[in-house]
Design a protein around this ligand. Sequence first.
Ligand SMILES: Cc1cc2nc3c(=O)[nH]c(=O)nc-3n(C[C@H](O)[C@H](O)[C@H](O)COP(=O)(O)O)c2cc1C
Length: 189
Amino acid sequence: MMLNEAIRKRASVREFNGDMPSDDEISQIIDAAYLAPLTMTSKNSHISVISDKELLKELDECGFKKFGKILNVETSLYNAPVLILISGKIIDTPPLGWGVDAEVFNRNLFWTMGSVVQNMHLSAVALGLAACPINTVVIGLHDRPELMKRAGVPDGYLPLCSLAVGKTEYKYSEKKINAENFSISYLKG
Ligand SMILES: Cc1cc2nc3c(=O)[nH]c(=O)nc-3n(C[C@H](O)[C@H](O)[C@H](O)COP(=O)(O)O)c2cc1C
């Protein structure tokens, strides 16, 4: 699948059939993360590729406990066989010499994570896999330092974003473009 086709067909697909993607498929998705534009503090990020069934169950429950009711869902991971969790370092003190607040670095980190997840998501779509960004588990983990540790998050890091990935019977098709969520200005000279 070409890139523009993957962009037009990308969707958050939660219909996981339970089958595990191949090592090569996972490796291609991880390469897509490595190829994302990284800058400043995002260069110290950590990727956990989680396929341990017991751990996934605990992570699913962790997200569900916090958001299941409000989102009216039965599960937070939808039986996905793999969760790719990315953690990074939020800083309180900016590196010397930049003359900007730590918050500016942290905003750059979140911006970068968007690119990382999107690269991985598009890669998964191009491979015909189901993939869905998952925030519920990321936020749920913030209250669970011990589970965070078991999910591979290094000391001093926080979970920032995640993508659930797995095989699917879902057939991607081009989506209708919806421009309603943006206002737009063309500033032509
Ligand atoms: C930052 C972010 C976090 C998300 N977290 C979740 C989540 O926790 N659970 C879920 O089912 N979908 C999650 N989604 C998927 C959104 O529901 C989905 O992107 C949105 O409904 C638009 O649908 P589309 O991705 O198919 O275009 C998340 C999406 C984004 C961008």
